[in-house]
Design a binder for this molecule. Structure first.
Ligand code: SF4
Ligand code: SF4
Length: 307
């Protein structure tokens, strides 16, 4: 049965750069697309766009890896804080040196939404990761949220479970994500099936796990109060729509962006990212979660997703 929808939080997911200092085997972005970043002049165009965006949006910045782009800490974060009213959030692999992360914490006091930190055991250990995550949490705006994401990598779920225990023992929130491949989600086999169920819970809400469900037919406000912005300036109504080359809203760098005026029914079989659901964009999907059915074929496309 559906829950009442939660209030909508206008949100833009901005892929500030393509570059990443990691090369995870399960990354949905190909190496060919995991490249590039805006020029200094383009960064200024993005900032001008955000200065002109009416209201107070949450700007959720992703990559690649945002901290791997020099302009992120040199201009983007200070510029958004000084020149716009918006709330800042970030998805990061948390590999940046601790002093850089602490500077981010200082800059964003009073303006931070969520830090979504992805733990990639192919590139770091839980101890190394927590060596940055714990002091960062202590330094962040107390009103901000922080969550540790981890992909449920097949065949390695014992390691994932151990990392979960370490993360939770450190007082941090842990958020599991099923692995996505191609157009859908990975088809876990054998003992992994029960292990995934144990790690995600039997019927998790979008705040508890990302199972890439289907919301086909539900009214969705993406394109109105939510959009995806790429490093090349393209604005799209949601990640799945972009995958199908639908929902194009314009280009920040080469023209204007025109948002939709009203919600539309979802026409896709997979909603790979939890952000639209958790920002109240999908009618009938409340904070308590509802109607989460495992995703089928169709879209996909998020590199990583955020609570
Ligand atoms: S999954 Fe994230 S951290 Fe890993 S290579 Fe892809 S963008 Fe980088
Ligand atoms: S896939 Fe998700 S975000 Fe996109 S239109 Fe459907 S419900 Fe909305």
């Amino acid at each position: 049965m559906s829950q009442p929808s939660q209030p909508r939080q206008p949100t833009v997911e901005w892929q500030v750069c393509g570059i990443c200092n990691y090369d995870c085997s399960y990354c949905i972005q190909s190496r060919e697309t995991r490249q590039g970043h805006p020029s200094p002049a383009e960064v200024e165009r993005f900032l001008a766009f955000f200065r002109g965006l009416p209201g107070r949006w949450e700007i959720k910045m992703t990559g690649g890896e945002p901290f791997a782009f020099r302009g992120f800490m040199e201009r983007i974060v200070p510029g958004l804080i000084a020149e716009t009213p918006h709330t800042l959030s970030v998805l990061t692999n948390l590999s940046a040196p601790l002093p850089v992360l602490l500077r981010f914490a200082a800059l964003t006091q009073g303006r931070l939404g969520i830090v979504s930190a992805s733990l990639h055991l192919e590139h770091t250990s839980a101890d190394d990761f927590l060596g940055r995550a714990v002091p960062l949490r202590a330094a962040l705006d107390p009103a901000a949220r922080m969550v540790v994401n981890e992909v449920l990598v097949p065949g390695r779920l014992g390691e994932v479970a151990a990392a979960r225990r370490a993360v939770e023992a450190a007082g941090l929130r842990w958020f599991p994500q099923v692995m996505k491949v191609g157009p859908g989600v990975f088809d876990y086999q054998g003992g992994d099936v029960a292990a995934v169920r144990q790690l995600t819970g039997a019927a998790p809400t979008p705040r508890q796990a990302n199972l890439a469900p289907s919301y086909r037919g539900r009214m969705c406000w993406t394109g109105v109060e939510y959009f995806v912005l790429t490093q090349t300036g393209e604005a799209w109504s949601c990640r799945t729509a972009r995958r199908f080359r639908e929902g194009f809203l314009g280009n920040v760098l080469t023209g204007a962006v025109t948002l939709r005026s009203a919600p539309e029914p979802c026409r896709y079989d997979i909603c790979p990212c939890t952000v639209p659901a958790n920002r109240g964009m999908i009618e009938g999907i409340g904070a308590g979660g509802a109607g989460v059915s495992a995703g089928g074929g169709g879209g996909g496309g998020a590199v990583e997703t955020l609570p």
